[in-house]
Ligand binder design. Structure first.
Ligand code: GLC
Length: 804
């Protein structure tokens, strides 16, 4: 029986199959199926009610590696085995059971309806495993552990969303299941509206369904979460190296205008010596919100303006909205019409929806010709000196929040309706924008920041979490959103510091900017009619705190830039949920600790509300050092910790080597050549890479980079520093070592004694008391008497240092 009274259709018995070099394909009573072995770690499952498959052409960029796999047919089932996964296929009902090589079940389909259709909706029901946890799914609100929750993937413009709202702007149908010390990943590669249920309202299943299309998913098994993220990003791409200026502080508002105000903003940063790299121009830069225009009154001479900002060391990013104003006098509208580049109704008329400019037509980014046209249009901005683009409203957003489902998209020739195409629209807009930068900003690294996207978005753009609200809850929710995006391969992500909707209060801004220092994308933004949100807009105290943290961000740049390099190779995020490194430690999922994360692997960040002065922190296994005071703390314990507004709780993992530099006004500002290396007593051996390149061009792809490797052997008290790749001239000529939690009396470099001095190290500057009658005194934390010495880095030879 393959269909029952409730009109549930199931695959039925396996009828025949054929083996190929990459897997097996065949038919059941009701379906066609294909199992493809991508590599030892990843198996793709495709099941279709038709004789062919309709894959999403946009997300996966890899093909099966043709690894050897084992296949065996038994009476009741077939077995497909790689070195890491054993897949049992029950012949009677095409039920799939995934095991690890020890025979432990990782994931198993429900018995009678594991795979099923109700009308066009396809679903895959998996038995809930005991104590199973679920993490990931990208930009989703809620807790770190998604057990008991259900989520929808349907890209939505959600202004001022609640911290439990769903769906938001971007869909990433990839999650990781955890149970019995095992983990697996499932990427459901179907662009239709989909639902993921992790045991919400039922006690039997976790399941995913989509309103149409094939069952097309990738099952990934690796021994740890990091391995699964790496495997997932081998399928959908890694976050490439961003231009270095995008890692500095970015200032945005809706909107800075006219030109004089932009100039004043830039000058204020420089006058106050608050570092910053990027200024955004929001929709007021345009004439009547028409993309590819500058408002002639507000911005009389955009090229000169941008040239001047560049002289001050700023880069300029402009907003791009997809809606093209319906206006026969407006060239982009005429061109799009003539060339048939817009979304259409089935009768051939353009779809029109209302956005900022009024009634608009929408470029069909799922059509190659449209992407080429859009990319060429960007030349308008590039000629004016613009450095990067901010693709917004690309869900796509329209007033009324609805696009009729029969609107037609080209979808690379598959011709699809809105239901199938909506979720990839933002992804394709970001792609086209990146292609424009790559083609017409020759040799420069592209930067695109997007609101909407789908699996694979990390290849094209950084992501921000849209229109958040100025509240403590939102600040913490943003951390979880960014970490969840990271679990889905989006390493370059951030939130609007200060909150987009509403007015931030001074303490909240101070805490938020401190937190943003430890966020991959470091951007403050706020909406029209809200109070100013620049670092100096909240009075002297907040300005001092903000400026302190922004400077710390620039000091940490060698660490952060290297982390981006490592992430571009591994896919593992820069802002790491503790579930990545401490997967089976139940405490990290606890509501009180789920916001904690590791930044650049070794910094434990404990986000805390702005109004709290004391907070409970969980220290995972190992030993930790308080960044600001050097205090040593044992792991596997909860501690109450004071968190005055000027000190966000940050801890360093024992054994870490933190590479830092002097503060700068902007990333390309003069570098004094001092590399500050903070080493924290650990056990065994540890190492840290410092990756450098020119930070802006694509020359690094031709291996024009330099790598310095620092190795510390704590048991032998030996330290070495070596340039392992020197195709780019390092900016550092002197290494200053600082040893935290370590005691030694002598140090020798290649056999010669070096002088040790004892220094007080402060990572943040002291806040002066502006107010003669302050409400609270500011604390000033210093790591005291830190043994330190300096060595020259001239020449490329390896240096060995012995500590005694
Ligand atoms: C949207 C964006 C926001 C932007 C505004 C005006 O709300 O999310 O960041 O400032 O549009 O362009």
């Amino acid at each position: 029986m393959n269909s029952n009274k409730s009109n549930l259709l199931v695959p039925g018995k396996v009828i025949n199959y054929t083996l190929s070099s990459t897997g097996v394909f065949g038919t059941t009573e009701n379906c066609a199926f294909k199992l493809s072995v991508y590599n030892e770690t990843t198996i793709r499952i495709q099941v279709s009610l038709q004789n062919e498959f309709f894959p999403n052409p946009y997300s996966v960029i890899s093909t099966p590696e043709e690894v050897k796999f084992f296949w065996q047919e038994k009476k009741e089932y077939c077995i497909l085995k790689t070195k890491k996964i054993e897949l049992l296929i029950e012949k009677n009902n095409f039920r799939l059971i995934f095991k690890n090589t020890k025979g432990t079940i990782l994931s198993e389909d429900a018995s009678h309806f594991g795979i099923n259709w109700q009308g066009t909706a396809v679903g895959c029901y998996k038995k809930l495993q005991q104590w199973e946890k679920f993490i990931g799914l990208g930009e989703k609100t809620g807790g770190l552990n998604r057990y008991g929750q259900t989520y929808t993937n349907w890209n939505t413009d959600h202004f001022g969303y609640a911290t439990n709202a769903d769906p938001l702007y971007l869909s990433l149908p990839f999650y990781i299941g955890l149970h019995h010390n095992n983990c697996y990943g499932i990427f459901f590669d179907n662009s239709h509206k989909s639902t993921f249920n992790f045991g919400a309202g039922n006690n039997r299943f976790s399941y995913f369904t989509a309103e149409g299309g094939d069952l097309d998913y990738y099952f990934i098994h690796e021994k740890n979460v990091g391995g699964i993220i790496s495997a997932y990003t081998s399928l959908t791409g890694k976050t490439p190296m961003p231009p270095k200026w995008t890692l500095g502080y970015q200032q945005c508002r809706y909107s800075y205008y006219p030109d004089k105000e932009v100039i004043r903003l830039a000058q204020t940063f420089r006058e106050k010596e608050i570092p910053a790299d990027t200024i955004y121009l929001d929709i007021h830069h345009m004439e009547e919100c028409k993309v590819f225009t500058f408002d002639k009154k507000r911005f009389k001479a955009p090229t000169e303006l941008i040239k001047y900002l560049k002289e001050l060391g700023f880069k300029v990013v402009v907003i791009l909205d997809p809606g093209i104003k319906v206006d026969k006098e407006y060239l982009p509208y005429r061109e799009g019409n003539e060339k048939q580049l817009f979304l259409k109704y089935p009768d051939g008329e353009n779809y029109e929806g209302q956005v900022w400019p009024g009634w608009c037509a929408f470029p069909d980014f799922t059509k190659p010709e449209t992407r080429v046209w859009w990319a060429e249009k960007l030349i308008f901005y590039l000629n004016a000196g613009v450095d990067g683009f901010w693709t917004d409203m690309n869900e796509p957003a329209t007033w009324g929040q609805t696009m009729p489902d029969l609107v037609q998209f080209f979808y690379e020739g598959q011709e699809a309706n809105h239901k199938k195409s909506r979720n990839v629209y933002g992804l394709q807009m970001a792609r086209s924008t990146k292609e424009g930068l790559t083609n017409f900003h020759k040799g420069k690294r592209p930067f695109v920041l997007t609101r909407s996207g789908f699996a694979g978005i990390q290849r094209y753009a950084a992501v921000w979490t849209g229109d958040n609200v100025a509240s403590d809850d939102h600040m913490l929710a943003g951390v979880r959103l960014v970490n969840s995006l990271g679990l889905g391969g989006v390493s370059f992500a951030g939130y609007d510091i200060g909150g987009f909707v509403g007015n931030t209060n001074p303490k909240l801004f101070a805490r938020w900017i401190a937190l943003g220092t430890f966020c991959p994308l470091f951007r403050a933004h706020t909406m029209i009619n809200s109070n100013s949100s620049e670092p100096w807009a909240f009075g002297e105290e907040v300005e001092a705190i903000a400026s302190n943290y922004i400077r710390l961000r620039y000091k940490l740049m060698p660490l952060i830039y290297t982390a981006f390099y490592l992430s571009s190779e591994s896919g593992i995020p820069i802002s790491k949920s503790l579930s990545i490194d401490y997967t089976f430690d139940d405490k990290v999922y606890h509501g009180a600790f789920e916001n904690q994360y590791l930044f650049c692997d070794n910094l434990l960040v404990a986000p805390v509300e702005s109004y709290k002065e004391i907070t409970k922190i969980y220290f995972p296994e190992g030993t930790w050092y308080h960044l600001f005071s050097g205090e040593k703390l044992g792991g596997s314990q909860e501690l109450l910790w004071e968190c005055p507004i000027e000190y966000l709780p940050i801890f360093v993992k024992a054994g870490a080597i933190l590479p830092m530099q002097s503060a700068k006004n902007f990333t390309e500002d003069f570098n004094d050549g001092q590399l500050n290396l903070h080493i924290y007593q650990g056990m065994g051996k540890s190492e840290q890479l410092i990756y450098e390149d020119d930070g802006k061009s694509t020359a690094y792809l031709d291996l024009l980079f330099s790598k310095i490797l620092i190795q510390m052997d704590f048991s032998a008290n030996k330290l070495s520093i070596e340039k392992i790749t020197a195709n780019y001239e390092s900016e550092y000529h002197t290494a200053n070592f600082f040893f935290h939690g370590m005691q030694f009396h002598e140090a020798s470099l290649d056999g010669k004694m070096i002088e040790i001095s004892y220094k007080n190290v402060a990572f943040l500057d002291e806040i002066s008391e502006y107010d003669p009658l302050p409400d609270t005194d500011h604390t000033f934390k210093v790591c005291q008497n830190v043994p330190s010495f300096s060595i020259s880095l001239e020449g490329n030879h390896r240096r060995s240092i012995q500590l005694n």
